[in-house]
Design a protein. Structure first.
Length: 342
């Protein structure tokens, strides 16, 4: 960390490969390299945004941290305790402090259960308090997320998408967690509701002292909520730095392309600015290219990029650390007038 403090979450060389089976005997035919050596820290009280195209490995990273997907290798330390070596009983006890908000509020809530049962389930699983305490906690949580106790007997099908996501947030908060993985929590919601959910998450972070890993593809929301932002491409991190610095002065060509796609509310500026359109498609994670994985689409790629994996370097100077994996990051000017500034 920049101030020398111990981070709440430490991820080191995290790898998650999904084996590909085929043939009559379902023999191993390789692997989907969804996450391929990811490392980062998250400080207590911080929101780290994790962005990238679909298939970049964002959601798999979040799930591997919580061991909803078992990591292939690497380490994940929460508050100094290594999670990847815990047995099932010890992991369940630790999960009181680490929770998840899922992307789809339609699929993540049991349609046969009432709101009260859904929100209460973590309290029952972890044996938190007595029956009266759990009932009171459910009412408190529903008030906290802006629903109120009157919703406790409703079923998910009686609620809108935004209301269901509020139930999912209440469930995630039930056991007083310190760290929450929010896996694209607004992606399935109407645009008119997305800002309400993001504002609720920002308010809860302040009131409860939460720490978030905020996974999303809406860069404007990521910039609004995040303290730092990490950019993923094809299973690896391309860039990680303070949100304002990363959006105002991207160091990686891929980040530049993502930032250039953010709409600008001024029509004149929107028409005048340059858009960075990447050629080609994202390579298959089952057969990623050698060297820099972005070289097949990068306008600045040279022979070195095609053969040598770029080092993970800090180019932040005397300020906050700003890491980038690009051979030419210290020589490229990736902040033309076409890139939106705050």
């Amino acid at each position: 960390m920049a101030d020398g403090s111990t981070p709440l979450l430490q991820v080191r060389d995290l790898v998650k490969h999904f084996p590909v089976g085929g043939g009559v005997l379902r023999s191993d035919r390789g692997a989907i390299r969804a996450v391929d050596g990811v490392s980062f820290d998250v400080a207590a009280g911080e929101t780290l945004g994790l962005v990238g195209e679909s298939g970049s490995g964002k959601s798999t990273t979040g799930r591997a941290i919580l061991r909803l997907h078992e990591p292939t290798s690497g380490t994940v330390a929460f508050d100094g305790r290594e999670l990847t070596i815990l047995d099932a009983a010890a992991l369940r006890r630790e999960r009181r402090h680490l929770q998840m908000i899922f992307q789809d509020p339609y699929a993540s809530l049991n349609p046969r259960h009432t709101v009260a049962t859904i929100v209460r389930e973590p309290l029952d699983v972890h044996a938190v308090g007595g029956d009266d305490e759990r009932r009171a906690r459910v009412d408190e949580l529903l008030e906290l997320v802006g629903l109120g106790a009157r919703w406790r007997r409703r079923y998910p099908h009686e609620m809108s998408g935004g209301q269901r996501q509020r139930v999912g947030i209440a469930r995630a908060l039930a056991t007083h967690p310190r760290f929450i993985v929010a896996d694209e929590p607004i992606a399935a919601l109407d645009v008119s509701i997305q800002a309400q959910i993001v504002n609720l998450m920002a308010d809860l972070k302040t009131r409860l002292g939460l720490t978030y890993l905020f996974i999303a593809h809406d860069l404007s929301m990521v910039r609004y909520l995040s303290d730092r932002v990490a950019v993923m491409y094809l299973g690896r991190l391309a860039e990680l730095g303070p949100a304002a610095d990363l959006f105002d002065r991207p160091r990686h060509p891929y980040t530049r392309a993502l930032v250039s796609a953010i709409p600008v509310p001024d029509p004149a500026l929107e028409r005048a600015r340059a858009r960075v359109v990447l050629p080609g498609d994202v390579p298959s994670p089952a057969d990623p290219p050698p060297g820099c994985r972005f070289h097949t689409r990068c306008p600045f790629a040279d022979a070195r990029c095609r053969t040598e994996v770029p080092a993970w370097r800090d180019l932040g100077g005397a300020g906050a650390p700003h890491f980038v994996a690009c051979h030419h990051a210290d020589t490229l000017d990736l902040s033309p007038d076409g890139v939106p500034h705050a």
